[in-house]
Ligand binder design. Structure first.
Ligand code: HEC
Length: 146
């Protein structure tokens, strides 16, 4: 009796350690893009309280738009990312860029530093300015829906 209770307790402890140890990693792929988006949402909301949600449709429009207000050789996001999030893109130097759609490249949008670095760089190249938290949130909302 005593032994079997102890064994059960031991198994339960192992199960708990395994669950607790594994759960955060198991959740990463699905959770982190949403967390990054939630982060942009609080920033967007704090600069304009009337913003009530991000829009995948606005994100798609930003992706497909041709602002041409930045560098002459990069008039749009599609200059490098191709005109479909499902397709591979190419840098100006001819290096491949994995598709932007989360369904095609599941390890995207999981590192806030990487996301911020590329938004900063690419928005400057294409728009000649940084993107707003609303634009970033819309863009990511579109990409994770693809
Ligand atoms: C000059 C080429 C170029 C243009 C133009 C460009 N990008 Fe990118 N982008 C890249 C490269 C290169 C990477 C990094 C490689 C990768 O993530 O596959 C990247 C990565 C990103 C990432 C980070 C993805 C991640 O996995 O975290 C975001 C977000 C992004 N771009 C948004 C945009 C937006 C928005 C525009 C238009 C305003 C744009 N890009 C235009 C080349 C470009």
């Amino acid at each position: 009796m005593k032994t079997s209770f102890f064994k059960q307790f031991q198994l339960l402890s192992i199960a708990m350690v395994v669950t607790v140890g594994v759960a955060p990693n198991a959740g990463t792929a699905a959770e982190i893009p949403e967390k990054i988006i939630a982060n942009y949402f609080s920033s967007a909301k704090s600069s304009d309280a009337s913003i009530d949600s991000f829009s995948a449709d606005r994100g798609r429009k930003l992706f497909l738009s041709n602002p041409a207000t930045g560098k002459p050789d990069t008039p749009s996001c599609t200059s490098c990312h191709s005109n479909s999030p499902m397709n591979q893109g190419q840098t100006r130097a001819g290096k491949d860029i994995a598709p932007m759609a989360l369904s095609k490249t599941p390890n995207r949008y999981v590192d806030i530093k990487k996301v911020e670095k590329w938004f900063r760089r690419n928005c400057k190249s294409v728009l000649g300015r940084t993107c707003t938290p609303l634009e970033k949130g819309d863009f990511l909302t579109f990409m994770i829906s693809q």
